[in-house]
Design a binder for this molecule. Structure first.
Ligand SMILES: [Zn+2]
Ligand SMILES: [Zn+2]
Length: 341
């Protein structure tokens, strides 16, 4: 089968298409024919050698939708032909976190792309428990985004952010792969999204996605504008997709509100005033990938038309280098997806 191997850390030209042996399923595995794979910022960081512990000689890609084409000898819960999304990490299934349905907190958790296997290939073998079936109404490219950008966003806004209908929600990095879906999720759950972006040319796109207001803030000092837009009340919730904006995000929140931190782009340290947290009773909480059940819910929201996966380009797999170049040069509004060879 064909697979795209990361031969060395560096630029996109290090992604090389090769013929490799087809994966053989363990007894509890299924083999999935990959129909679509999303290209994540995580893949770009891995390729560039900026992820601690990442290896070369591996196949990248953890945003996978495909079709079950072979079953391990012990698999009874999946059938040939099932359309599935592959969960983005391996998990043990028996630790305390897994047993309460929090596969995202599994201690044994590993990233497919940090190990050896990923979605930039014709086939992938994974435990059947890592596959999430979905109905025929969702196309492959849309399904590929269900786990990483969409379920992660659903978790941040709803489960961790605890949004209520009528809540005002500010979203930093709003034009990124997470932000474009958070805008839609906030609206679907009855909230009022305020998109924050550093680039003026994204404003129209963000309004078209459903942002009630767009704050263009090239220097990312947006708190005073949020304060003005909300009549000096502040927002109920901030979803911070950047991280370096955390101090500004905390200043945007109304009394009793929350900041959910999803991004850590430049790994900087944010100066936060404890007095502000106390006086305004602000909750600051980190969030990350969703557990499996929330991926199922994200697929249901896509099927219901409540979330439209935002895809800026679909390229064949053998143009993986071009896909990475699009992300490197930030020429994207939404995800780049690879589909077909
Ligand atoms: Zn991802
Ligand atoms: Zn576990």
């Amino acid at each position: 089968m064909k697979a795209i191997i990361l031969e060395a850390f560096g630029g996109p030209d290090n992604l090389i298409t090769r013929d490799v042996a087809e994966p053989k399923p363990e007894p509890s595995d299924v083999v999935v024919r990959v129909h679509a794979a999303g290209v994540c910022h995580h893949d770009v960081l891995h390729r560039a050698g900026k992820l601690p512990g990442a290896k070369t000689g591996v196949v990248l890609g953890h945003e996978i939708a495909g079709e079950v084409v072979a079953l391990g000898s012990a698999v009874t819960s999946r059938a040939i032909g099932d359309r599935v999304v592959v969960y983005q990490r391996r998990f043990c299934g028996v630790c305390r976190s897994c047993l309460i349905g929090r596969q995202d907190m599994c201690r044994a958790l590993s990233a497919p792309a940090i190990d050896t296997e990923g979605g930039y290939a014709e086939l992938i073998a994974v435990p059947a428990s890592m596959t999430i079936p979905f109905q025929a109404g969702i196309d492959w490219s849309s399904a590929a985004l269900a786990c990483c950008p969409i379920a992660t966003s659903l978790r941040a806004v709803r489960s961790v952010g605890q949004i209520q209908p009528g809540d005002t929600v500010a979203i930093t990095g709003a034009s990124g792969g997470l932000g474009v879906h958070q805008i839609q999720i906030v609206r679907a759950l009855g909230g009022v999204p305020i998109a924050i972006t550093s680039s003026p040319d994204k404003a129209t796109f963000l309004r078209e996605l459903g942002a009630t207001e767009v704050v263009v803030s090239p220097d990312l000092a947006f708190a005073s504008e949020i304060w003005r837009l909300t009549g000096k009340r502040g927002v109920d919730l901030v979803i911070d997709n950047l991280g370096q904006t955390l101090a500004q995000s905390v200043r945007c929140v109304t009394t009793g509100g929350a900041v959910v931190v999803l991004g850590n782009l430049d790994q900087s340290v944010a100066p936060i005033q404890p007095g502000l947290l106390i006086a305004r009773r602000v909750r600051v909480q980190g969030s990350g990938m969703a557990p499996i059940d929330e991926v199922r819910q994200a697929l249901a929201m896509i099927a219901a038309g409540l979330i439209n996966p935002v895809i800026s380009a679909v390229l064949p797999f053998d143009r993986a280098r071009d896909a990475h170049r699009l992300l490197d040069t930030r020429q994207t509004n939404g995800r780049v997806v690879m589909q077909g060879w």
